[in-house]
Design a protein around this ligand. Structure first.
Ligand code: DC
Length: 224
């Protein structure tokens, strides 16, 4: 079974996806981490972020892998070309580089086929921007998770404080979220939008636990 969770940056997708997967006994795939890993590699290799073909070549050449602790279906680390980039992909530099990287159609092609391969291997909660529309249009449950800009920026700042990476300046984080929303929603290939059969959940002001429980309940209904 596939549970697709799409939505803008900072809507709480990662927290919700992990918790839902844990409660359902599913694994979890963070597709944003894959775009971030390719962006990191492009910066590392000095590849122009305007060069669609070169970015696509990178995405095909380097293997992206998720690391698990024994017995835990939830991944703890992400690597590209054998280098652990779990923290390195969360910096402000990569926040910026990932928009042009994820707008490159050749990168999307390469990563979407990897995502389909991974997800077809079992029960997965898959989070991203185009999971319900492009990657798994036949997903049994599709959720489109949103929250107000301000709430998303506050959450992202708290997350960055906890992780010790990324900007902790609220105004900077808010401006970056809005910039990425605009880039994600207006790009030509697979723009961010809710699938017509997605259930929209606005998590503004709600306890995240309430959102998690609602999705778990919906998934259990659909799985029967
Ligand atoms: O979820 P995130 O913020 O880590 O995602 C990083 C970037 O990757 C985001 O700006 C949009 C892009 N992305 C995408 O285009 N398609 C996906 N399925 C997931 C992420």
């Amino acid at each position: 079974m596939i549970v697709a969770i799409d939505g803008p940056s900072g809507a709480g997708k990662s927290t919700v996806a992990k918790a839902v997967a844990k409660k359902l006994g599913f694994s979890c795939l963070d597709t944003g981490a894959m775009y971030r890993a390719v962006a990191w590699q492009a910066v590392q290799d000095g590849v122009s972020l305007a060069d669609d073909a070169a970015l696509g070549e990178l995405a095909r050449a380097y293997e992206i892998a998720f690391g698990h602790e024994p017995g835990d279906p939830l991944p703890k680390t992400v690597s590209i070309g054998g280098v652990d980039v779990t923290d390195a992909i969360r910096t402000a530099e990569i926040d910026k580089a990932v928009s042009p990287t994820s707008a490159a159609s050749s990168v999307r092609e390469a990563l979407v086929s990897q995502q389909r391969r991974i997800g077809s291997g079992g029960d997965y909660v898959v989070e991203g921007r185009d999971i319900g529309t492009v990657v798994f249009p036949e997903a049994e449950l599709k959720v489109f998770l949103t929250a107000s800009d301000e709430e998303r920026a506050h959450r992202r700042v708290r997350q960055n404080v906890d992780r010790g990476v990324g900007s902790i300046d609220y105004d900077e984080v808010l401006a970056d979220l809005r910039r990425r929303d605009e880039a994600d929603s207006t790009r030509a290939t697979s723009p961010l939008k809710a699938a017509s059969d997605a259930i929209e959940i606005d998590s503004t002001g709600d306890y995240i636990e309430t959102v998690i429980d609602r999705i778990v309940e919906l998934a259990r209904e659909r799985k029967r």
